[in-house]
Structures are given as C-alpha cells and as structure tokens.
Design a protein around this ligand. Sequence first.
Ligand SMILES: Nc1nc2c(ncn2[C@@H]2O[C@H](COP(=O)(O)OP(=O)(O)O)[C@@H](O)[C@H]2O)c(=O)[nH]1
Ligand SMILES: [Mg+2]
Length: 444
Amino acid sequence: MFENLQEKLEVALKKFRGQANITEENTEEAMKAVRRALLDADVNFQVAKDFVEAVKQKALGTEVKGKITPEQLIVKIVHEELKETMGNKNSELMFSPQPPTTILVAGLQGSGKTTFCAKLAKNLRKKGRQPLLVACDVHRPAAILQLKQLGDQIKIPVFSEENKSAVEIAENSIAYAKKFARDIVIVDTAGRLTIDEEMMREVKEISEAIKPTETLFVCDAMIGQDSVNTAKAFHELLSLTGVVLTKLDGDTRGGAALSVLKVVGKPIKFVGTGEKVDDIEPFHPERIASRILGMGDILTLVERAEREMDEKKAIELEEKIKKNQYTFDDFLDQLRTIKKMGSIKELIGMLPGMDKHLKNSQVPIDNSAFVKVEAIVQSMTKAERSNPKIINGSRRQRIARGSGNSIQEVNKFLKQFEDMQKIMKSVALGKKHPFSSSFQRMFK
Ligand SMILES: Nc1nc2c(ncn2[C@@H]2O[C@H](COP(=O)(O)OP(=O)(O)O)[C@@H](O)[C@H]2O)c(=O)[nH]1
Ligand SMILES: [Mg+2]
C-alpha cells in the first residue's frame, strides 16, 4: 500500500534538494508533480487540487532558516497537510451513556461488512466490552451462517431470527442485549453490488428503528474513488458517523484513505488490513502520513508486536522505552515476534531502514526480507547491542563489513533506530504528537 505514491512524492520533493530557497518557481514545479502523484494514487480530483494549493501557500509563506533545508521544510509541510487531509488524529468510537451502544454497519456487498463486524466485536471485547453481533442480512442465508461461524470462532454471541424482517431483528436484538447485559450491539446489514433503492430503504428503516450510536460505512479501498462516492451517497441517507476502510493490505493505491474525509465529510475510524479477525486497526492519520512519506510506521508496528507478546513483556518494554533503554536486543526480539505475524510485505512498509526495492518487489516476500536489518544487528557485539551509544565510526565500519552492507546503509539504519527510540519514548511518556515533536526538535 502507498508504495507508488511514496516513490512519486519522494521524486517530486527531491526537486528542492540543493536549492537555496523555496521559490514560486521551484514550488510550482514540485507541486505539479505532487498533484500528479496524488491523482495517480486515485485521490479525488478536488482533494488533490486543494492539497497542492495548501502546501504551496504554506511553503511560500514560510521562511527557510537555521539548519533546515528547503527539502526538509517542504517534507514537514507535506506531512502536516497529509495529516490534516485525513483528519489529524484518530476518531474514536462513540459510546452511548445508556447501554447498549448500537453500531449500524452498512455498505456494498463484498466490501467486508460481515468480517468487520466480527473484527470490531473481538476488538471491543479485548477492551472489556460485551458485544452482541446481529445478523440482519436476511436476504442471503449464507450471510447469516457466515456471521454465526465468525461468532463461534471468536466466542461472541450472534443474534438472529428466522422469518423476520431485518428491521424486526434489529429491534428485537436491542431488547435481547438489554436482557442479557450486552453493552454493544453490532448490526450487520445486507449489501448489493451497487446502490439499490430497496437496500437503501431497508437500511434506512433499520436506522430509524434503532437510532444507532454509530453508523459506519464499510468502504473497500481496492475500489477506490467509486467506493468513496458511494460512501457519500450513504451519508446523505443515513448520516454516517464514520467510515471503515477495508482491504488496505491489498494492492490498493491508497487514494481512498486520503479522499474519504474531504469527500464524505466523515472520518475514517478503522482500517481492515487482512481477512483474519485480528486484522483491524484504528485509523491514525499521523501514522499513515508518515508511512506515505516513507518514514515508516513504527508505532503501529510496536502495537502489533505487543499484541503478540505477553503482557509482562509488554510492560517491561514500555518501561525500557520510557527510560531510554530500548536496545538492539529488544529490537531483534521484536523483529522475531513480528515475523510470526504473517503478511510480511505489509509490515516491511512500516519498518524504517527497509530497502525500497524490497518494498516494491512483486515477488512474494518471505521472512528473508528481514535479513538485512537482522544482519546489521547481529554483527554488533553484545555490548553494542545493549548500549547503542558506543557505536562509533570504527565500530560502524566493522558492523558494515560483518553484515555485508555499506557503511551508509549501517549509518542510515542507526540514525533511524535513534529516531525511532525518540518517537517511542515520547509516545510512552504520553505526548500527543510524536512526529511533530521530532520535527520541532529538527527546527531547534
Ligand atoms: N484482504 C482483505 N480481505 C478482506 C478484508 N475485509 C474483508 N475481506 C474479504 O472480503 C470478502 C468479503 O467480505 P465480507 O465481510 O463477506 O463482505 P460483506 O459482503 O460486505 O459482508 C471476504 O472474502 C473477506 O475475507 C480486509 O481488510 N482485507
Ligand atoms: Mg455480509
């Protein structure tokens, strides 16, 4: 995901390399390339246009001073604007003060609604909630069975009724939830291949009957702009509270992630990153912006690794991070945990220091993708791994030789590791904007 956009943006922003200043001329030229990159990634036309205009204005209105180069400044501005376009921060799910919280899930057929319902239920249970899944896709018996099977798998009850309308089932499920103390009701609905009057009427009726706390539209990222436009049509009908972007693990160009908020007017709350019930993540604009700019997404990576770790280890790790004691040994340990998680290709995109060609490679990537970074760490002595600060020039040379990498590659990795430590520390200490604070440091 985003590899193509990332590469094109990099080329576009390189135009500022070696330039003494940000001028009308070089900005114009670079922004043309940025706009093209966005359009190629299937970003909505107006969104791309506004984006470029905003970056241009900010770039021309900012003075380049101190040690900052025009290229660094423009990257910062683009990063901020990407974040802004996607809504700045994660939009959390709303909960009703009077349980149950009801979540209506709508969207076209095959977009991933049923899968998302199960993912969300499991995710919420981990947070101590007691969800109930409700099968309102009554038009296809297989759909009810699918939800029941998912419910069995994750051990969450599924409410369904035979010979009832979707509206009745939805209504009855609320009474059931109250009776059996389920505090979240997740309603899976029917979809069609395209917008269809009958489907729209049915989902509207369900919505009016249960007055949901959240109405989430499930949007298939693979379909891109068409699905964003469909979301807009649903919003006009149902007053959505948020969007879920699924299949971000696939071969999508990523444009939907950048277009949803501006086109629909509602934020993305979750993303689906695979077919399994654990493949769900909250949508963090800041992290996606970093990923798009090739800065990696170490935060998501850490979260995922933590998911695989036992709790004790996770707490230890957090303490280490806070005390600035996160070492290469910990890194290696995490890499190995991550390797167990599958979908290596996607994880690579989040890891700083990974080879770009590897990221874009079409051949199926296996665990050997980690070999380079692992080799670098393994070529360090025990002392170096636990105390990265002692790695001086001659040590770097030895590590490069030992791992079969160039000294530049080793330097780059060490630098990224250092940045990563800082970011992780600021997050562990509860700062809100790790990336912007690391940018602020750059400006000092
Ligand atoms: N790769 C990938 N596949 C997904 C994701 N979410 C759903 N799917 C798949 O998409 C297909 C349709 O999903 P389903 O939940 O049945 O869609 P629905 O018709 O909207 O209920 C299934 O094969 C799912 O496994 C995702 O985030 N990533
Ligand atoms: Mg379904």
